[in-house]
Design a protein around this ligand. Structure first.
Ligand SMILES: Nc1ncnc2c1ncn2[C@@H]1O[C@H](COP(=O)(O)OP(=O)(O)OP(=O)(O)O)[C@@H](O)[C@H]1O
Ligand SMILES: CC(C)(CO)[C@@H](O)C(=O)NCCC(=O)O
Ligand SMILES: [K+]
Length: 241
């Protein structure tokens, strides 16, 4: 059994796999600490994707030390499992993006646009031949929210579950929530247009990350999109076989 962790900038998503079976899974806010990762199974290996480092990984390091785990950390490389990085400095590409691109390409076995809507909104395009063609990094909903709060005096609001979608708001909270969602959906729509320009023959679109459902609903039915909640975790098997 293998414990797999996807440590993002705000949340940790984890699961324990036994072959292709998922034995258990969970997620928690990093701020709440790794004591929230309660295992009932007894994995022998630990595979990790982390976009945080240093002090922010101290809780994870302690978690592993207490259980005698020697975690294996995934890294972005120039080539993995048939996918070639677009970055000249391949190690600088966020490992979550690289795992998503590799897992997406393996899943589709063809051209794929991977959208990861987390703390940051990411897009990455891979051609049918496995060439990564680059992508986008933009603030996600949570970062838009904190920047609006930090940069204004009077934009005060409670975050909502986006049930109102992108309809114009008639009060601050409604206007902000719709506006933040519109910014995400707009970036995704432009990513799809840019991907069409690069790969006119077509490509699959995969959506992952904590805000994928809100974005999926607001995008409407113009695009055929598959939500794959654990795409980053799925990539670990290819980078750390
Ligand atoms: N149970 C939850 N608690 C908090 N946020 C949630 C929850 N479920 C979904 N979300 C949404 O998920 C977003 C975080 O997504 P995700 O976990 O993919 O981010 P992350 O991996 O920390 O970020 P990144 O990969 O960009 O560093 C939050 O902005 C929030 O809107
Ligand atoms: C963009 C984030 C923060 C999203 O998690 C991560 O992929 C990252 O730290 N990337 C490094 C910069 C880059 O990908 O070019
Ligand atoms: K992530």
């Amino acid at each position: 059994m293998i414990l797999e962790c996807d440590i993002g900038n705000t949340r940790c998503k984890w699961r324990v796999v036994d072959g292709d079976q998922v034995v258990e899974r969970g997620s928690f806010a990093l701020a709440d600490g790794f004591e929230n990762l309660v295992l009932t199974s007894q994995p022998k290996r630990v595979r990790v994707a982390s976009v945080v480092e240093g002090d922010n990984l101290a809780g994870f390091t302690r978690f592993c030390a207490e259980r005698g785990f020697s975690p294996e950390l995934a890294h972005s490389t120039a080539e993995s499992a048939g996918v070639v990085s677009a970055y000249n400095e391949a190690a600088k590409l966020g490992v979550d993006r690289w795992l998503g691109a590799v897992a997406g390409y393996k899943r589709i076995q063809g051209a794929v646009l991977v959208i990861d809507a987390g703390t940051a909104l990411k897009a990455d395009l891979v051609s049918a031949a496995g060439q990564h063609l680059g992508g986008y990094i933009a603030p996600g909903i949570a970062l838009m929210e904190s920047s609006l709060l930090a940069g204004t005096d009077k934009v005060r609001f409670d975050r909502q579950d986006y049930t109102a979608g992108v309809a114009f708001g008639c009060a601050t909270a409604d206007a902000v929530n719709a506006g933040m969602l519109a910014a995400q959906v707009g970036a995704v729509a432009v990513a799809i247009e840019e991907a069409k320009r690069r790969i006119p023959e077509g490509f699959a679109i995969l959506l992952t990350g904590g805000d994928s459902v809100s974005i999926y609903k607001a995008l409407g039915e113009a695009h055929e999109i598959e939500i794959v909640p654990e795409l980053v975790l799925d990539g670990l098997q290819w980078l750390l076989p």
